[in-house]
Design a binder for this molecule. Structure first.
Ligand code: CNA
Length: 340
């Protein structure tokens, strides 16, 4: 997984929901392929990465990471896994409910219109909403299993849950290894599963593509919309323009919240009530996971870690000063000479 900075956007297009509605109603769109990102889950309470102020990258500023992605970069994690675990509990989806957008995916599946979903999300809320798992590829993995990042040996669920609950880094049970345990989420610097290459071809079979809640800044998922055949409409439902969506004649951009966008579509299709029913059912069905109940908020986790880092800096600053004074009193003339 890597950052994709190539973005080509043409001037804004008027949204044309009706053309999409007509296509679905006349049976011209029966193989809908969807690409989703963090923006479809912000309504559930999980911040995305890049939204200004509310996104995780801005929130992480007090931690003074070398760069915000570091917390999810495999190289950084290999020597400094603490920040990841300090916020893991607040980002764990155990107690979060699917959004209307997740329910919309389930509705497409129910109406036999959903060909395939590529989600970049690791929260599993698509499945909680009732989207059949064989219709989804969790391109960036999930929280359901974990392995030592170093020797790849697996690690028990109960110990992992304890680590997430307490914010303590779990280490490999093989004491000779000592690697930190990592959930099977794809970090920056890691490759996606081979399944991604296999499933990519589903995009070529699309007769409509929906791209929702993603900045299209993370490769290789960012390339999927460009694989859609010419003449096939691509619909972007997002707070902002993303990738090259809007550049092709058939593209439709519905700018605004994902939940509002899918509601507009559903209402125009006469599915408004079905969507609401499905969403309410999904919310009622999702059981709370007591393991993660009542934990600190993300902001509290970040604040706690930031102040513990600051405390450590204070100790080392004080220690440094003490050492400097000591050295100066003993060898001041030598040090001064050396610098002179
Ligand atoms: P991103 O780069 O943070 O982009 C999110 C996009 O969604 C931005 O364009 C926002 O403007 C937009 N957005 C945010 N909220 C809404 C909303 N309610 N309605 C409409 N648009 C909205 O995130 P991407 O998904 O593009 O980047 C891929 C990363 C994010 C993957 O590696 C994920 O694992 C990672 N991520 C996942 C989750 C999750 O699982 N829920 C949360 C945060 C980050």
């Amino acid at each position: 997984m890597s950052d994709d900075t190539s973005r080509h956007i043409k001037a804004s297009m008027e949204p044309d929901i009706q053309s999409i509605v007509d296509r679905i109603k006349t049976g011209k769109a029966t193989r809908i392929v969807v690409l989703t990102g963090a923006g479809i889950s912000t309504g559930a309470g999980i911040p995305d990465f890049r939204s200004p102020n509310t996104g995780l990258y801005d929130k992480l500023a007090p931690l003074r990471l070398p760069y915000p992605e570091a917390i999810f970069h495999v190289n950084y994690f290999s020597h400094t896994p603490e920040p990841f675990y300090a916020i893991a509990r607040a980002r764990h989806p155990g107690n979060l409910k699917p959004t209307v957008t997740h329910a919309f995916l389930a509705l497409l599946a129910k109406k036999n219109l959903l060909h395939f979903v590529f989600t970049q999300n690791i929260d599993g809320l698509e499945q909680d909403a009732g989207v059949p798992p064989d219709k989804v590829l969790w391109t960036h993995g999930n929280w359901k299993s974990q392995h030592c990042y170093k020797c790849k040996s697996s690690y028990p669920d109960d110990l992992m849950n304890k680590a997430i609950r307490t914010g303590e880094v779990p280490y490999c049970l093989d004491t000779g290894c000592g690697g930190a345990v990592k959930p099977d989420v794809v970090f920056f610097g890691q490759s996606l599963s081979a399944e991604f290459d296999e499933k990519e071809k589903e995009v070529l079979e699309a007769d409509l593509m929906l791209v929702m809640g993603t900045s299209l800044r993370v490769a290789p998922c960012s390339r999927l919309p460009r694989l859609v055949r010419r003449g096939i409409p691509r619909v972007l439902i997002n707070n902002e323009k993303a990738g090259d969506l809007g550049n092709r004649d058939d593209d439709v951009c519905i700018l605004g919240s994902c939940d509002d966008g899918v509601r507009q579509l559903a209402d125009a299709l006469g599915w408004g009530e079905d969507l609401n029913d499905l969403w309410e059912e999904a919310v009622a069905t999702k059981k709370n996971d007591q393991t993660f109940e009542g934990g600190p908020s993300l902001d509290e986790c970040i604040e706690k870690l930031a102040s513990s880092i600051k405390d450590k800096m204070k100790v080392s600053d004080g220690h440094k000063r003490m050492l400097e004074n000591h050295l100066n009193s003993k060898f001041g003339h030598i040090i001064t000479k050396g610098h002179g």
